[in-house]
Write a protein that binds this ligand. Structure first.
Ligand SMILES: Nc1ncnc2c1ncn2[C@@H]1O[C@H](COP(=O)(O)OP(=O)(O)OP(=O)(O)O)[C@@H](O)[C@H]1O
Ligand SMILES: [Mg+2]
Length: 241
C-alpha cells in the first residue's frame, strides 16, 4: 500500500530525512517511534504531499492505482484515501464540532453520505454528538483529539496518518483513543501509520514498528518483537515503561 525507498527530505538547510525506507501493506498498522526531532512529523508531512521530496521515492497503491507522492497534489492524495490527522490536533476553535467534522468531508458532494458519515462519527465518539453545536475551542484536549480523528474519518481514509494522538492526554483517554483506532483497523480495515512518543502504547496495537533516529530508521520489526526486545526498550522507548 505504501512504499518509501531511500526517501530524503531537506528543510531549510538541514537534511531532515536521510534516506528512509519502509513499507506498509493494506490493513496494517505501523508505528513510527523515536526521540524528539528524529523526523517523524516530517515523514508524515512528506507523505501528505506537504513537503518536497529531495531524493528517493514515496509510492502509494490504493484500489490498484499507484500514485507517486512527489507528483500528486495533496487534495488528490486525500481523495485517493490518504488522510492526515496532524500533530497538535488543529481543530478550528471558532467552528462548531459538526462544522469541523464536515470540513473533513470537503471533497465529498453527496449530502446523504456526509450525513451517514456524521452519524458514524457520533456513534464512534458519542461525546461529539452531545457537543455537536458547541464550538470546538471549548472541548477538552481528549475531546479535541476525538474530533481530529473523527474529522479524518469523514474523508473515508484507506490509510490514516496519525501524529502523536496521545499528546497531552490522560492515560485513560489515550487508551480509549487507541482502542478505537485498533477497532477501526479491525472492523473497517483502515491502514494506519502512527507516530507516537508513547512507543509502548503504539507498538501494542501495531503490526510492525520502525524506530527513527536523526533522520534514519535504525530498527524495524514486528510490533511485539520490538516491545519484547530489551535493548530496544532501553535505548529508544524510555526504559522499562
Ligand atoms: N521548517 C523547518 N526548517 C528547518 N528545520 C526544520 C523545520 N521543521 C522541522 N525542522 C527540523 O527537522 C527535524 C525533524 O523535525 P520533526 O518535526 O520531523 O521531528 P519529530 O520526530 O516529529 O519530533 P517531535 O517528537 O518533537 O514531534 C528537527 O531537527 C527540526 O528542528
Ligand atoms: Mg513531531
Amino acid at each position: 500500500m505504501l512504499r518509501l525507498e531511500d526517501l530524503q527530505v531537506t528543510r531549510g538547510r538541514t537534511e531532515v530525512l536521510r534516506g528512509i525506507s519502509l513499507s506498509l501493506e493494506a490493513g496494517e498498522i505501523a508505528a513510527l517511534v523515536g526521540a524528539n526531532g528524529a523526523g517523524k512529523t516530517t515523514t508524515l508531512m512528506t507523505l501528505s504531499g506537504l513537503l518536497p521530496i529531495a531524493g528517493g521515492s514515496a509510492r502509494l497503491t490504493l484500489d490498484g492505482r499507484e500514485l507517486d507522492i512527489a507528483r500528486t497534489a495533496p487534495d488528490r492524495l486525500v481523495a485517493a484515501g490518504l488522510v492526515h490527522c496532524p500533530e497538535g490536533r488543529q481543530v478550528f476553535a471558532r467552528l462548531t464540532v459538526e462544522e469541523n467534522l464536515r470540513l473533513g468531508a470537503y471533497l465529498n458532494r453527496d449530502d446523504r453520505r456526509i450525513r451517514q458519515l456524521l452519524d458514524e462519527a457520533y456513534a464512534l465518539f458519542p461525546v461529539l454528538g452531545e457537543r455537536r453545536d458547541l464550538s470546538a475551542g471549548g472541548l477538552s484536549g481528549g475531546e479535541q483529539m476525538m474530533l481530529a480523528v473523527g474529522r479524518a474519518l469523514m474523508a473515508e481514509p484507506k490509510l490514516l496518518l496519525l501524529d502523536e494522538p496521545s499528546l497531552g492526554l490522560a492515560p485513560q483517554i489515550t487508551e480509549r483513543i487507541f482502542d478505537t483506532l485498533a477497532e477501526l483497523n479491525r472492523e473497517r480495515g483502515v491502514a494506519m501509520l502512527i507516530v507516537e512518543q508513547n512507543a509502548m502504547l503504539a507498538l501494542e496495537i501495531a503490526h510492525k514498528g520502525f524506530v527513527m533516529e536523526a533522520g534514519s530508521i535504525v530498527l524495524s520489526g514486528a510490533g511485539r518483537e520490538l516491545l519484547e526486545d530489551a535493548s530496544v526498550v532501553e535505548a529508544y522507548l524510555g526504559g522499562a515503561g
